[in-house]
Design a protein around this ligand. Structure first.
Ligand SMILES: NC(=O)c1ccc[n+]([C@@H]2O[C@H](COP(=O)([O-])OP(=O)(O)OC[C@H]3O[C@@H](n4cnc5c(N)ncnc54)[C@H](O)[C@@H]3O)[C@@H](O)[C@H]2O)c1
Length: 327
C-alpha cells in the first residue's frame, strides 16, 4: 500500500519504520518547513517531497495518509485526505474543537474510507488484559493520574504548543489524553464532569492549563477521579486504579498490571528513536490498521472512538468547577 506522512516532526520517526513493518511503502512526505524535508533527504529518506499537502493529495495515488502535524491542523487535513479517497491515520487528538467532530465523522462516513486515531496505548498488553478482566466484572470506581514535567523549554520547542488556538489545551489534550482515553474505555462514557483546570507553573509562558483535576460521574452512581499535571520536577509513571464490581482492585502502572497487589509485567519497551512515554504501541496499531484496510475489516479506533476523549476533555475545559452534562 502506498503511504504518505504529513508532518516530519518528533512523532513521525515512529511512523516511518511502522509503515514498512505493516507492509506499506512510503511514497510521499509533506512538511511546510523546507528544513524538515532537507533533513529527511539527508538521512536517506526516499519519497517525493511536498510543502503543500493539498498538492500532494492531488498528485499522488495514496492508500494511507499519516497526519503527524500540530493539533489545530488535524480536522482540515483529515477531511481533505478522506475526500481525496485516502484512508487516514491521524495522530491524537482527533481534533480540538467540538464543531469539528461532526464534520470529521460526516466526511468519514461519506468517504467509504477508514479513519484511524493514534491511541496506541490501547494496544499495550496491560490495557488489553485490564479490558478482559473488566469484561468479567465491570469497573465501578477508579482513579487515573499523569504527573509529568513539561517546562518552558519544552513549550518553546514548537510555536504551536501552549496556545488555545493551536494546541487546543495543555496537559489534558496533549499528555494526559492517552490515560483518560483508557479510563473511558475501561469505565464507559460518563454522564457528567466537574473539573478545574489551572496554569500553576507557567503563567505568562503558556495560555493553557498545566494542571487539571476532574470527577466524572455516571447516572448509575459509578464515578472516577482524574488528575493530570505537567508542573512536576520529573516524569512519574502513569497510574490507573480501578475497583471492579466483584471487589478486585486493578492497578495499571507503566507496563504492569496488578490484580489485588499481584503484579504481572508486560513488555512495553520503546521503539528505536522514540521517547519512553510513547510506548511501542505505534507498531501494533499501524500494522492492525493496514491489515484492516487490506482485509476490508473495520479498524476499532475510528473517528467516533477518537471523539470520545476529545468530548470529555472539552467538557473539562467548559466545566469551570461546575458539574456539567457530557451527553
Ligand atoms: N501518540 C503519541 O504518543 C504522540 C506522541 C507525540 C506527539 N504526538 C502527536 O503528534 C502530532 C505532532 O506532534 P510532534 O511532537 O511530532 O510535533 P512537531 O512540532 O515536532 O512536528 C510537527 C510537524 O508538522 C509540520 N507542519 C506544521 N504545519 C504543517 C503544514 N501546514 N503542512 C505540513 N506540515 C506541517 C511541522 O513543520 C513539524 O515538522 C501532535 O498531534 C501530537 O499530539 C503523539
Amino acid at each position: 500500500m502506498k503511504a504518505a506522512i504529513i508532518g516530519l516532526g518528533c512523532i513521525s520517526v515512529l511512523h516511518r519504520p511502522a509503515i514498512a513493518l505493516a507492509g506499506g511503502e512510503l511514497v510521499a512526505v509533506c512538511d511546510n518547513d523546507k528544513a524538515k524535508l532537507d533533513r529527511f533527504a539527508a538521512k536517506g529518506g526516499k519519497a517525493t517531497m511536498y510543502t503543500d499537502y493539498r498538492d500532494m493529495l492531488a498528485r499522488e495515488q495514496l492508500d494511507v495518509v499519516h497526519i503527524c502535524t500540530p493539533h489545530y491542523l488535524h480536522a482540515e487535513m483529515i477531511i481533505d485526505a478522506l475526500r481525496a479517497g485516502c484512508n487516514v491515520l491521524c495522530e491524537k487528538p482527533l481534533c480540538i474543537r467540538e464543531e469539528d467532530i461532526d464534520r470529521i465523522l460526516a466526511a468519514e462516513a461519506e468517504s467509504g474510507r477508514q479513519l484511524a486515531v493514534c491511541h496506541q496505548n490501547r494496544y499495550n498488553q496491560s490495557s488489553v488484559e485490564a479490558l478482559r478482566l473488566i469484561s468479567e466484572s465491570p469497573a465501578v470506581s477508579g482513579f487515573g493520574y499523569v504527573v509529568w514535567n513539561r517546562d518552558a523549554a519544552y513549550y518553546a520547542s514548537g510555536d504551536w504548543r501552549g496556545k488555545w488556538d493551536t494546541e487546543g489545551g495543555g496537559v489534558m489534550i496533549n499528555q494526559a489524553l492517552h490515560t483518560l482515553d483508557l479510563m473511558l474505555l475501561l469505565m464507559g462514557d460518563p454522564d457528567t464532569v466537574q473539573a478545574t483546570c489551572e496554569n500553576r507553573r507557567l503563567s505568562g509562558v503558556i495560555e493553557v492549563e498545566d494542571t487539571a483535576s476532574a470527577l466524572f460521574r455516571y447516572a448509575d452512581g459509578r464515578m472516577f477521579n482524574f488528575y493530570a499535571s505537567n508542573a512536576n520536577a520529573a516524569d512519574f509513571p502513569v497510574e490507573m486504579v480501578l475497583r471492579t464490581a466483584d471487589k478486585r482492585t486493578l492497578t495499571l502502572t507503566g507496563a504492569t498490571l496488578a490484580v489485588d497487589g499481584e503484579a504481572a509485567s508486560f513488555s512495553h519497551g520503546k521503539i528505536e528513536g522514540g521517547k519512553s512515554e510513547w510506548g511501542n504501541g505505534h507498531e501494533a496499531l499501524i500494522s492492525d490498521f493496514y491489515s484492516c484496510i487490506r482485509e476490508n475489516r473495520p479498524f476499532p479506533i475510528n473517528g467516533k472512538e477518537g471523539a470520545r476523549v476529545v468530548r470529555a476533555i472539552l467538557g473539562m475545559y467548559r466545566s469551570n468547577s461546575e458539574e456539567i452534562p457530557l451527553k
